[in-house]
Design a protein around this ligand. Structure first.
Ligand code: ADP
Ligand code: CDP
Length: 235
């Protein structure tokens, strides 16, 4: 069996939408020279493929049958993360409102989760072997995908703060008002937390950070400190 580099660190960051997982994880990985994996992008990518190939995303059976067909590849450089589906750049198409509204149904299908989880574990193992480690962000990383992670963080924030952050990102035609953004976000959280297979949940040994009143820089600093403490404790 291949072993991890002695100094490699695996960090799992979970939490609901808009808590700052992606921004924090990317910045922490860049600062500490780690790789970065956005697992939400992988679920979005498979959802995009289903929509593009005429698979009814509300038909769990049809989604399960098709789940193994697309080839999803994630680039883990935090300065320029990439995602391709069958060799096509999917970074833009996976962020549409249509994908956002359908991703929870697709990600709840056990066959989809099994395949994507395997992919995630392989990427983390490679980063532990060939690099200094990785920051992996999602919903079930600390509980299911990487239960032996060196450090687990669970980010939270009020629904109001999260909706304000999200609606600030939307532009032009897709811009929804704050109330609609908040309602959609709460719906997606409920679906992600309520599904049977590896729901959104805080691992028992995760450090919870409420980001409602914190700036992004403060959250990044807090997580960097926690990683450095972990590394120092292992020496
Ligand atoms: N602590 C914070 N304070 C203010 N805005 C934030 C904070 N953390 C993240 N943001 C902003 O909120 C939006 C959502 O953050 P993101 O990292 O994509 O969250 P998530 O990955 O949890 O959905 C982004 O526009 C980001 O810049
Ligand atoms: N580890 C993960 C990550 C995402 N997901 C699913 O993928 C969706 C999109 O995740 P995301 O991280 O891109 O969502 P945002 O919070 O960035 O809007 C979530 O709503 C979940 O349905 C999951 O089930 N498990």
């Amino acid at each position: 069996m291949e072993t991890a580099a002695p100094s490699a660190v695996i960090v799992a960051i979970d939490g609901p939408s808009g808590t700052g997982k992606s921004s924090t994880s990317k910045a922490v990985a860049a600062k500490l020279g780690l790789r970065y994996l956005d697992t939400g992008a992988q679920y979005r990518a498979i959802t995009w493929w289903m929509i593009s190939n005429g698979v009814d995303t509300d038909d769990a059976q049809a989604v399960a049958v098709a789940a193994g067909k697309p080839s999803i590849v994630s680039g883990t450089d935090p300065a320029a993360p990439t995602i391709t589906v069958d060799g096509l750049d999917a970074a833009g198409p996976i962020r549409t409102q249509e994908v956002t509204s359908r991703v929870s149904a697709v990600s709840a299908v056990p066959e989809v989760r099994t395949l994507i989880t395997e992919l995630q574990r392989a990427i983390a193992a490679e980063a532990a072997r060939d690099a200094d480690g990785i920051v992996v962000e999602g919903r079930d990383i600390g509980t299911t995908v990487l239960p032996d992670a060196d450090l687990k963080i669970f980010l939270t924030a009020s629904a109001e703060a999260r909706a304000a952050r999200r609606s600030g990102e939307l532009r032009g035609k897709e811009a929804a008002d704050l109330a609609a953004t908040k309602a959609a976000l709460i719906r997606r959280d409920a679906a992600d937390s309520g599904r049977k297979t590896s729901p959104l949940a805080k691992a028992g040994d995760a450090v919870e950070v409420d980001t409602t009143e914190l700036t992004l820089d403060q959250v990044i600093e807090c997580v960097v400190t926690l990683v450095e403490e972990k590394r120092a404790g292992r020496k």
